[in-house]
Design a protein around this ligand. Structure first.
Ligand SMILES: [Zn+2]
Length: 547
């Protein structure tokens, strides 16, 4: 069956290509793209024709950085992102408890440090509304967990519990844990506890939810940045059940620093083993382990990102991985052709990341690598120049610099660094490869909002707020390329994913706002009209009525 889509704005994946008007698909592949006449000349009279009425047709978006199981889990959580005070947070928790009187635990997500007096959440603030069952609340950036006393007890956290490497159990003046877990302390205790209480059925449901909301947002490929045993097993079950996924996923195996090089190397071996198992098994086109993920530092909001110069409060966080601790692990992964993805938010952490890239080349010699650095919120000009020279991809999340969530970010830096964050323009002008994603659930997964911020540098959460350095904004072609082809290259997707190209997989989406001609403001209320994977409609918006 052949279908021609006409009267659209067809973006093919490259910022340089002019936008076309029509495309044809046949047997799950793109047949042709161009003007209506040119496309019609490639099909016979029996081809069906769909008039998209001026809508944007784009390659399916490639989410460059996500955590799918966590996203699905977050969709179920009490949403706290828009709470501006402790009282609002407490009220939401109280309401959820009323709705779910039999709940065994309550989870929340998205709280902001700014909403809490002194930016110091404590267990007793939650105990005041829920004291009888565990409550775990992820911060806005998911790098901190705020828990109540029952949860601390269930996780076995007491005055004697040591801080894990790269993390902190925040304590009061007498040394008791306050209920706030930072960085790897959140991962080691809160995430592990959640992993233990979530069942396989729960995780299967979470994965289903994540796939569903992504298809609703026109996403037809994703890179999952924190695959561990539980996540890999969830993808395996889905592949065993269906033989495929709703769309292809590339995974990075999360390396958690143990402080013991031999154990760190075991994690690399495990990543390679899982890569090979998925590659040999059924559904290998749909799920691949591409590489390993290092979380080199924390986040600026909690003053845990590794900066070259101290924060305004005088503190200066150590990186989670030093160059010395990471180098043997990174070169071992690289020797097994596992690609490196490195979370580096502070300007010191991205320097470590580049030293690791150079070390891999020095030890293992040249090979075509797909190295990437995630986030790059405060980064020096010289690091950007070296990234371009080394061919390292910048994996960027516009939703992380929504002006509505930047007051604390700018405040803790407190100097010119607060005004030079997220330097997208210099990255583009320096020739750094760019991939855009959302890092959901650390930020909203809504593609059109992410695109809005990339194009305007304004807030999708509070559209009245002032923009943050508008000179950094992307053009529509640049942003859409980084959301499709750029993200596809970064995740080593092939077979036409991230492009609309004759012969490639017909994975694409139709959206009722065309940023090449419409006011960008319309993106805040954009609708995905339909999403196709391999030429099959996998999402259709029942509510959207074409005018
Ligand atoms: Zn992430």
């Amino acid at each position: 069956m052949t279908t021609v889509f006409t009267n659209g704005a067809v973006f093919t994946g490259s910022a340089h290509a002019p936008v076309s008007e029509a495309m044809a698909i046949r047997d799950g592949r793109v047949l042709s793209v161009g003007s209506r006449e040119a496309v019609r000349s490639t099909v016979d009279d029996s081809a069906a024709e769909v008039d998209v009425n001026g809508a944007l047709i784009a390659p399916g978006f490639v989410e460059a950085h996500t955590h799918m199981v966590m996203l699905g889990q977050t969709l179920d959580k009490v949403q706290l992102r828009d709470c501006r005070s402790l009282e609002e947070i407490q009220e939401r928790l109280r309401l959820r408890r009323e709705e779910q009187p039999d709940a065994a635990f309550i989870l929340g997500a998205g709280w902001m440090f700014e909403a809490i007096p002194g930016g110091r959440p404590t267990a007793s603030m939650i105990d005041a509304v829920i004291a009888d069952i565990p409550v775990l609340l992820d911060s806005n950036d998911v790098h901190s967990a705020w828990v109540n006393t029952v949860a601390m007890n269930a996780m076995g956290i007491g005055a004697e519990t040591p801080n894990p490497p790269g993390g902190q159990i925040v304590r009061d003046t007498v040394g008791d844990a306050t209920g706030l877990l930072l960085e790897s302390a959140a991962i080691e205790y809160a995430w592990s506890y959640l992993e233990a209480i979530a069942t396989d059925d729960d995780r299967d449901r979470f994965l289903d939810s994540a796939f569903r909301v992504y298809l609703e947002n026109g996403v037809t490929a994703a890179t999952d940045m924190a695959i561990g045993e539980a996540e890999a097993a969830a993808f395996r079950r889905r592949l065993d059940r269906d033989g495929h996924l709703p769309f292809p996923v590339a995974g990075y195996w999360l390396l958690r620093p143990t402080g013991d090089s031999a154990r760190d190397l075991e994690s690399v071996a495990r990543a390679a083993e899982m890569r090979d198992q998925f590659a040999a098994g059924p559904g290998s086109d749909w799920f691949r382990i591409v590489g390993v993920k290092f979380i080199l530092d924390g986040v600026i909001d909690a003053c845990t990102a590794a900066m070259r110069e101290p924060y305004v409060d005088g503190s200066q966080a150590e990186p989670i991985w030093s160059f010395e601790s990471a180098a043997p692990v990174a070169t071992a992964a690289d020797a097994r052709e596992l690609e490196l993805a490195m979370h580096a938010i502070g300007d010191h952490a991205s320097e470590i990341a580049l030293r690791l890239v150079e070390e891999c080349g020095r030890i293992n010699g040249p090979r075509p690598r797909a190295t990437r650095i995630e986030h790059l919120e405060s980064v020096t000009d010289s690091t950007i120049a070296r990234m371009a020279a080394l061919g390292v991809t910048a994996s960027i999340q516009p939703v992380h610099c929504d002006p509505a969530i930047m007051a604390n970010w700018m405040g803790v830096l407190g100097d010119e660094r607060g005004e030079t964050g997220f330097p997208w323009r210099l990255m583009r002008e320096s020739g750094v490869r760019m991939a855009l994603g959302t890092d959901a659930p650390t930020a909203p997964h809504i593609t059109s909002h992410n695109l809005f911020i990339a194009l305007t540098t304004r807030s999708a959460l509070a559209p009245g707020d002032e923009s943050y350095h508008p000179e950094r904004a992307f053009s529509p072609g640049q942003a859409l390329e980084a959301l499709t082809l750029g993200a596809a290259s970064a995740g080593r997707f092939e077979d036409g994913i991230g492009r609309i190209v004759p012969g490639g997989r017909a994975n694409f989406t139709v959206i009722d706002v065309n940023p090449f001609s419409d006011d960008y403001q319309k993106l805040l209320d954009a609708h995905t009209l339909s999403t196709f994977v391999d030429g099959e409609p996998v999402f259709a918006n029942e509510d959207a009525v074409s005018e």
